[in-house]
Write a protein that binds this ligand. Structure first.
Ligand SMILES: Nc1ncnc2c1ncn2[C@@H]1O[C@H](COP(=O)(O)OP(=O)(O)O)[C@@H](O)[C@H]1O
Ligand SMILES: [Mg+2]
Length: 247
């Protein structure tokens, strides 16, 4: 990445509001997902973390506010939105792998369908990505033969297959047994070490402290506090933040 792009916003949200009936799930949030940095989003259940993440790629259409992708405003049904969706990878709590496809086929699918990459190319790229997440030996397996941690690593490989400029994670380890979380967090840690642009909604405080450049603490649809992990997690200025991390 050329130096002038370092720390520029890959995705910028400006004053995003998203309501569900009377609930303001996201209540006026501005946020920058800075290039080459890891933004961790923490907060109690129901504070709007998932809705915010979904607003960034218009899986939820914001009621108001603006999303910029690589500096260009994104609107419903325009090319900037197609570009954003093709270049921003999402990893969810549920892995959503296709059960009838082999693991490598799951990873190769999007490049083949979206980009028309010829099959042998898509296949060798998928195999390389599976090796990258430590699953080279599971390429031929079906998802049901994998542990939850392995399935989530396959889902990360699938996200990487589109050569994303940013990765958004929504509680990627929350569905996993505790002993399987470490292997997924380790892959995420190594992606961060490569300088990948990442936003991670997580309850893994130790991971956020160790890996995130910025921590955003949300409550009731708002950003309560943000800053370096050492500040927000270990020396929060806000009473709500203090209570959250104390518990
Ligand atoms: N599709 C939806 N329909 C109605 N209410 C929703 C929907 N999605 C989220 N909400 C509400 O919006 C608020 C924020 O939810 P969410 O973004 O899932 O929070 P978090 O991810 O922090 O747990 C909650 O009050 C939740 O019940
Ligand atoms: Mg959520």
């Amino acid at each position: 990445m050329p130096p002038e792009r370092a720390n520029a916003a890959v995705i910028e949200a400006r004053s995003i509001v998203k309501r569900f009936g009377p609930v303001r799930a996201v209540d006026g949030i501005s946020l920058e997902i800075a290039a080459g940095r890891v933004t961790a989003i923490l907060g109690p259940s129901g504070s709007g973390k998932s809705t915010l993440l979904r607003c960034l790629n218009f899986m939820e259409i914001p009621d108001s506010g603006e999303v910029l992708f690589l500096g260009s405003p994104v609107r419903v049904r325009d090319r900037a939105l197609d570009g954003l969706r093709a270049r921003v990878g999402m990893v969810f709590q549920q892995f959503n792998l296709f059960p009838h496809l082999r693991v490598w086929e799951n990873v190769a699918l999007a490049p083949r369908v979206v980009r028309g990459a010829p099959s042998p190319v898509a296949r060798s790229f998928a195999l390389a990505l599976l090796d990258r997440v430590g699953l080279a030996d599971k390429a031929q397996a079906h998802p049901s033969e994998l542990s939850g941690g392995q399935q989530q690593r396959a889902a990360i490989a699938r996200a990487l297959a589109m050569e994303p400029v940013a990765l958004l994670f929504d509680e990627p380890t929350s569905a996993l047994d505790p002993e399987l979380r470490g292997e997924v967090l380790e892959v995420m840690r190594s992606l961060a070490a490569e300088g990948r642009t990442m936003a991670v909604v997580t309850h893994e405080v130790a991971f956020a402290r160790a890996v995130a450049h910025e921590v955003v603490f949300m409550d009731a649809g708002r950003v309560v506090e943000r800053g370096a992990p050492a500040q927000v997690i270990d020396a929060p200025a806000n009473e709500r933040t203090r209570r959250f991390f104390a518990s």
